[in-house]
Write a protein that binds this ligand. Structure first.
Ligand SMILES: Nc1nc2c(ncn2[C@@H]2O[C@H](COP(=O)(O)OP(=O)(O)OP(=O)(O)O)[C@@H](O)[C@H]2O)c(=O)[nH]1
Length: 394
């Protein structure tokens, strides 16, 4: 393949990559890795162009000098970009120091009449060193980015190390290999940057999914207790309620309102009240199944939904267990608080088919307990004589 075609392909690809990296570096709250790589691509492009232009106008030595000086900067920016992208704690001054040495070597090689092979070896060692660092770092952090993208970066970088360390020897023996060498180098550089481009996109995607999950959590979670909230129940649970049960099974909607919670706030402060609410939430979680739903729907109001009950009588045992948990003293700092709970229960599908209906009935049953002296449970019934009640009525 003629060298013009190789260079045209290289220059076009590097321009596109530089623009893409630049665009990525402008995405809000992205890290500065892509910005460095945009710079690296710009220098790789400049190196190509300078080489091509000088080769046409002057001699090979000048073209090689310009190419070497610019490519050394590209490798430095590539390595710094990786450090920034992975958030590694490594000072940039080491990279700039190494670049300074390489540039000094290139200039000395240009001004003095040292052997071209010695010039090439110096530059190859520098470039191979930086590429080796990139390969090793990408390999070490390969699990941080999905789809093995950093493994691809590591592989391409390692092959570029071999390429740089062997190219000058091959050029000595076979001068015509220069175009093939350039083509090979270009392909490897493109694979290297393509994998980094894909890594940046994968990172964007990961952050997007994470942000979406956080937003969902925030929308459906009570921030104080970490339980689900009313919106969660309204949005998601109605369908789940129907799906959860097999024929002849029941679900129970258990509405819990704490008794005498307000005095805790009044006497010990809001933060003590908050701590009590958190403890109540933990106890509810502890004594329900992982498939049950626990939600805080108001100040001191909670709802527990138990699915797949085999018999309606089971719900009495559950309510008794919940009451036992809730009346146990709660210690906050050096104080102990004893609460009660008024619990109203409705059963799906006996007392309703929609969550709204079931909640309304459970709420009614809860108020009956409140009115009859608090601290107990009642299963809803539209016929007062058939209500079943727990401890408060004893
Ligand atoms: N600490 C704290 N208090 C809250 C929060 N949300 C609501 N409250 C308070 O909780 C109290 C609930 O009121 P009530 O249900 O009447 O209190 P109660 O003493 O349990 O009354 P009964 O149910 O009749 O026993 C109110 O004083 C609210 O200000 C919260 O997030 N943290």
């Amino acid at each position: 393949m003629p060298s013009e075609i190789v260079h045209t392909i290289g220059c076009t690809a590097y321009s596109v990559f530089a623009i893409l990296f630049l665009w990525m570096s402008r995405v809000p709250r992205t890290n500065s890795g892509p910005g460095w790589w945009a710079g690296a691509m710009a220098f790789a492009l400049a190196a190509r162009l300078a080489y091509q232009l000088l080769l046409d106008q002057t001699d090979l030595a000048e073209a090689v000098f310009a190419y070497a000086a610019l490519v050394a900067v590209e490798k430095t920016l590539l390595a710094i970009g990786l450090v920034e992208f992975l958030g590694l704690k490594l000072r940039h001054r080491w990279f700039w120091g190494a670049l300074l040495l390489a540039e000094a070597w290139v200039v000395i090689g240009w001004l003095s009449d040292i052997q071209p092979i010695a010039r090439s070896v110096g530059l190859a060692v520098f470039n191979a060193g930086f590429l080796g660092y990139v390969a090793w770092t990408a390999f070490r952090h390969r699990s941080e980015i999905p789809h093995h993208l950093l493994l691809l970066t590591a592989a391409a970088s390692a092959m570029l190390v071999v390429h740089w360390m062997s190219a000058f020897l091959i050029f000595q023996a076979f001068p015509n290999w220069r175009v093939t060498g350039f083509l090979l180098g270009t392909v490897l550089v493109l694979v290297q940057y393509l994998s980094l481009l894909a890594a940046v996109l994968a990172e964007f995607q990961r952050r997007l999914v994470q942000a979406e999950a956080n937003a969902l959590d925030m929308a459906f979670q009570d921030p104080l207790t970490g339980l689900n909230n009313q919106r969660y129940m309204n949005t998601l649970f109605e369908k789940a309620l129907v799906l959860a049960n097999r024929p002849h099974q029941y679900s129970a909607v258990i509405f819990i309102d704490l008794d005498n919670f307000k005095p805790i706030n009044d006497l010990a402060g809001h933060h003590a009240g908050d701590e009590v609410l958190r403890t109540v939430a933990n106890r509810l979680r502890r004594c329900t199944r992982s498939t049950d739903i626990c939600a805080r729907i108001g100040g001191d109001e909670f709802v527990v939904i138990c699915t797949q009950l085999e018999a309606t009588e089971q719900v009495g045992d559950i309510a008794t267990k919940l009451l036992g948990e809730l009346i146990a003293p709660i210690a906050v700092e050096d104080k102990r608080f004893v609460l009660g709970a008024s619990i109203g229960i409705s059963l799906y599908p006996i007392h309703g088919n929609s969550l709204a209906e079931l909640l309304e009935h459970a709420d009614k049953a809860m108020y009956q307990i409140k009115r009859s002296g608090k601290n107990g449970y009642r299963i809803y019934s539209d016929q007062p004589s058939q209500t079943s009640a727990g401890p408060a009525d004893r």
